[in-house]
Structure formats: C-alpha cells, structure tokens
Ligand binder design. Structure first.
Ligand code: JFZ
Length: 609
C-alpha cells in the first residue's frame, strides 16, 4: 500500500450531475401535477460537515459553555440516601430508583419527616465532591436542591423542612458546594423538582397521605415551588443551569418558571424538563429520558442524564456499577452525536461517595487527562459509527476514537472526501502515523499494540472541516425504503431532534430553504407507494409539503393529526423508478410559514408489484 505523502484528494464537492436521462414519474395519486423527472446519477454529493448549520439554540452566547463543556456531574443526595433502598426491613424492588422509596413504599409524611430529622452527614466534604468531579474531567455539577420528597437540601426560609432547620447537621451543603465549585472552576447548578412534592399537601404526587381532590396546586406553586426557586437563584451565586424535573402540567406554568429564572439570572440555562414531555421544548436544551441515548446524531442541543449503577439516590443493594470503559464509550458516543453527558453519583447518608463510584470516575479522569481535547469543544460528527469506534470533530480536526484495535494495524475510514495533512496519536503528537488512500477509503497505519485499551484517540489533521459523503439508503427487497432522521441530510432550519415523547423527528422547518434529503440506492426498478408519517397540530393545516426526485415534484397538504406529538401516516402518492440507480429525494415546505411545516417522523417507499 503506497504511503500517503500528503497528496490531497479531490476535495471539491462534486455537484449532482445528471449523466443519464430517464423518466422517473410520480403517478397521479392525490393531486394533478406535472409528470417529468430525471434520473440523477449522483457521482458524489459531498456535504461540508462544518457548514451544516449548528443546532438551533435559544441563545448561542448563553449556550456556549454548555456546548463546550460536554461532561457534568449529577448528584442525588437527601434523606432517601439514609434509607438506602430499605424501610422497616422492606427493600425497594431491584432496578427501581432509591430516591423514590417514599412513594414506592407509601411512607407516611409523618414517618418520613421523623427519619429526616436524623439526617447528619458528618463526613460531608464539598471540596472532596467537587475535586472528584474536576479530576474526572467534569466541568459542571448539578446537585438536588429539592427532590420529590419535598426536603430542601439547603437553608430555605420558605419551609423549615430543610437540612439546616430540620436536622442536627445545621450546615448548608449547597452553599458549601457552590463555594467549592467557585474555588475549583466548576460551574455550579441545581436540580429542583418544581411540580412533584410528596411532603406538601398541595404538591403533585402524594395520594397516600393527601386527598388529590383537595389539593390546590396553584397554592403549591405560589407558596413553595416558586419561592424556593427564587431563593436558589438569589443566594447561591450564578447558576450554570436549573435542572427541572417531571415537567410542569401546562405550558403556561412552565413559562412562568422560565420567566422567573431569566428575571433573576438571564444567563442561567434551563433544561428541557421544565415542561412536560407532552409539550414542545420550553428550555434551552433537550433532556433525553433517563439513561436515554438517541440512535443517531441530533441537531438541537441535548443532554442525557445517566446513572453509574441503576439508581440515582444511594442504595446499599445496588452494586451494578458501570466500568470506566463503558463510561468512556458512552461519553464518546454522546459527544459524537452532539450531546452532553450528565453522569450521576449517589452519596451515602454520612456524605461519603461510594468507593466503586470513586474508582470508576478516577479511571475515567485518567483517560480524560490525556484525551479531553477530543471531547471538549467538539461538535457532532456525521460520519457513521465504524467497526473500530466513533469520531468527534473540532474544526478541521477529526478525532478517531478507536475502541477495538485492528489486527492488521489498519484503521479504515470511509465516507470522508477530505485531504489528510497528517495523523498522529493524540497522546504522542510527535509520532506521525502513515496515511494512505485506497478505493475512496482513508487508511491509517497504527502501532502494533493499543496504547489505551478503552479508547485510543488518533488525530487526523484535515485540509478543512470534514466533508462527508451522504449515506446511500439501500432498500429491503420486500418493504422498500424506510427514510427517517437517521439517514436524512438536513439543511437550513430543518433540525433532527428529540420529540420529547421518547422518539425522534425532524422539525423547526418553516420555508422552502429548510430541506430534508435522502440518497437512495434503488436496486429494483418499478412503482413504489409513498407514505409519510408526521404529527401536526390543527393550527398547521395551511401547510403544504413538496417531495422531489430529480426535477420532478409532488405537492401535498399537511393534514392535522391532533396534536404536535400525535403521529399519523398518510398516502403521499406513488413513484416509478424506471431503472435501478442512485436518486436524491428531497422534502421541504412548499412556501414560508409562520409555523413549523410538521413534526416529520418517516417516509416509506413500498414496492407496488
Ligand atoms: C426523574 C426522577 O424521578 C428521578 O428520581 C431522577 O431524579 C431522574 C434524574 O429524573 O426520573 C425520570 C424522569 C423522566 C423519565 C424517567 C425517569 N423519562 O422521561 O423517561
């Protein structure tokens, strides 16, 4: 294999060039339209990764640190930590969250409060926790100020049910953590359960002590939730973010909380759970479901909260600790898909952190100390996952995260049409690695032994931001094509995002320049029935979408589906592919709208004969 002396690959994107003309016709199915289309043979459609519009953020300046820092520590700590998964000899079921013990076992408020009186974390050391986060490479910290049990882990003047007034500890751990974060250069943030409160008679969720019919939720919001949030935004310095949970019942209530945050700390970020999963994103970024992971990259800021074992609050029964390698691989996967990793510790009642947590985080920290350049400040990579690992991107630098070392000492990288100036191990820049090209692949020769068996990072210095060939979608012989966010190429304001109900869709598109495309490798010529699946509230019924292949287009109305997260499938016409070949299929709004076109989930092209 010829060494790669620094020749440059042709890196100009090849425009779509029709090299042969055949009729591709949408057969009239729903609306009259002009039937004429050209088979476009796609020599190469190069997409400039660096120019793909970044995730649409509410405020890029406010988001800047979040997008750079990528990795944070979550801390769940409260009276439930003392119960440690057991109450009066009864253990919570395996794999259930220990911080939910009061609700799981319907512990009466009176008895839980009595137990909370005894909370006395004499071994608590804020600097030890913050330094653990820092040593792990975590840049922000989110600690539970009040969880669903209603107990304030800070000195609240709103309710005496707090760690200073209710326990012999008499100290304010959030103040001590805020100060320790300041000393360590870690961004301090708080978790606040703004709706769920099993202690307050008007809070949401305790139906074993209180009659739901007699609750006045507005009283709870005005007399406890909002005043405590105001305390946290006033007395603990600048907060990186407020991590709300189990979102508010109505968008109006959620907006009131967002307004309160921004009125006191305009730069403070708000997570997605300020609103319920039945509401559009009301915060600055999306939260995945707990321990959630999107299958593909997203184009809106997102974060996934994850546990180190299987519970957030400490449980003496849960010893299913993730290994450092699993944590490192998850961190790389999350970052490669454009997200942040909020990784949890559940300290014990006395304030000490479980030793297995410390061991794992210390090992992750050793990896981060040598490789954090490939994490901080990187952007999502649109290169697919490879058998050997994943990639992250920073400008014209591509980081290859090699999880499994090739027996033939050759890392193969397909889909990249860049010139490669040089390659080296991240931990040894002086040691250049041979690079060659072969059949459109970039080949990097690596040392015999793998320097870091969890993840060895190779740095490719490219001629410019990665330019990636689109993935050609192949068809299933029976069912045809399934086109969704995973293989879509978006442009303009069309964004791949979490749909807040556990799935993923494409939205935020409002004008014809906001497009979604797929590149098809049609192996069976013939007629295909097109079906489109989307959600659209009734207010969006004026919308129309255009589906094109080559120069031919099909226009259809957007039909309301009920609500923004209620998906339905509609016929969208039929298409004839006269011969096998490569085609580009594009979907876009027909004109400019004052609302999103739709929440697009998928297109299917099913062979008709
Ligand atoms: C919530 C809390 O109930 C839990 O105790 C912990 O604080 C966690 C970080 O957040 O748990 C959730 C919230 C949302 C989902 C699952 C668990 N979800 O959307 O699937």
């Amino acid at each position: 294999m010829r060494p790669y002396p620094l020749i440059r690959l042709l890196c100009e994107p090849s425009p779509i060039r029709p090299t042969s003309f055949d009729n591709v016709a949408f057969i009239v199915h729903s609306r009259p339209f002009i039937a004429a289309a050209i088979l476009t043979t796609l020599s190469s459609i190069a997409l400039t990764l660096g120019q793909t519009p970044g995730p649409a953020a509410t405020n890029p300046d406010r988001m800047a640190w979040f997008r750079h820092d990528k990795f944070g520590m979550f801390i769940h700590w409260g009276p439930y930590s003392a119960l440690a998964g057991e109450w009066n000899g009864q253990q919570i079921p395996p794999h259930t969250e220990a911080e939910w013990i009061m609700q799981r076992l319907n512990i009466p408020v009176k008895e839980y409060r009595e137990r909370a009186h005894q909370f006395n974390p004499t071994n608590f050391n804020a600097d030890a926790w913050v330094n653990l986060a820092k040593a792990t490479g975590m840049k922000y910290l989110v600690v539970t100020a009040k969880h669903h049990d209603g107990f304030a882990m800070y000195h609240s003047k709103v309710s005496e049910y707090n760690i200073v007034d209710w326990t012999p500890f008499k100290r304010d751990p959030l103040k001590e953590l805020s100060d320790a974060c300041q000393r360590a250069g870690i961004r301090f943030s708080v978790y606040y359960s703004h709706r769920e409160d099993w202690d307050d008679p008007n809070g949401f969720g305790n139906n074993w002590d209180y009659d739901p019919a007699k609750k006045d939720f507005s009283q709870y919001l005005e007399n406890k939730s909002k005043p405590q949030l105001r305390e946290l935004l006033t007395n603990y310095g600048p907060l990186g973010l407020v991590w709300f949970d189990r979102g508010m019942d109505t968008p109006k209530h959620a907006a009131e909380f967002a307004d309160l945050v921004h009125s006191l700390q305009p730069q403070c970020l708000i997570n997605g759970r300020i609103g319920s999963y039945k509401q559009e994103l009301m915060g600055d970024y999306q939260d995945m479901t707990d321990n959630g992971m999107p299958s593909g990259g997203l184009e809106e800021d997102w974060e996934t909260p994850q546990t180190l074992n299987t519970t957030w609050g400490y449980s003496k029964f849960d010893q299913e600790w993730k290994t450092p390698g699993v944590v490192i691989h998850r961190l790389v996967e999350i970052v490669s898909k454009g997200g942040n990793y909020l990784l949890n510790i559940g300290p014990m009642a006395d304030g000490t952190v479980p030793q297995p947590s410390i061991a794992t985080l210390n090992e992750v920290g050793r990896w981060m100390s040598r490789n954090s350049e490939s994490i901080y400040g990187t952007t999502a990579s649109t290169l697919r996952e490879f058998p050997w690992g994943r990639t992250t991107v920073k400008g014209s630098t591509l980081y290859l995260h090699v999880f499994s070392w090739p027996a033939d000492r050759t890392i193969r990288l397909s889909g990249l049409t860049n010139g490669v100036n040089s390659a080296h191990l991240l931990v040894d820049p002086s040691h250049k690695l041979p690079v060659a090209s072969q059949d459109g692949n970039i080949l990097v020769t690596v040392p015999v032994s793998m320097p870091d068996t969890r993840d060895t990072v190779i740095v490719l210095d490219l001629d410019r931001p990665p330019v990636v060939d689109p993935v050609f979608v192949t068809q299933d012989s029976d069912t045809g094509f399934e086109l969704n966010y995973l293989t879509a190429v978006t442009s303009g304001n069309a964004k791949k995002r979490f749909n807040r109900d556990g799935g993923f869709h494409i939205a935020k598109w409002t004008a014809p320049e906001d497009t979604v495309s797929w590149f098809l490798s049609v192996s069976s010529a013939g007629k295909y029935a097109i079906k489109i699946r989307y959600a659209a509230p009734k207010e969006w019924k004026d919308g129309q979408y255009i589906l094109t292949v080559g120069s031919h287009e099909l226009k259809n109305p957007v039909k309301p589906t009920g609500d923004w997260y209620q998906y339905a499938t509609f016929d969208a016409g039929t298409i004839l592919f006269p011969k096998a070949g490569q085609y580009k299929l594009e979907l876009k709004p027909a004109e400019k709208y004052s609302h999103y076109l739709m929440y697009f989930e998928s297109l299917t092209l099913e062979p008709l004969e």
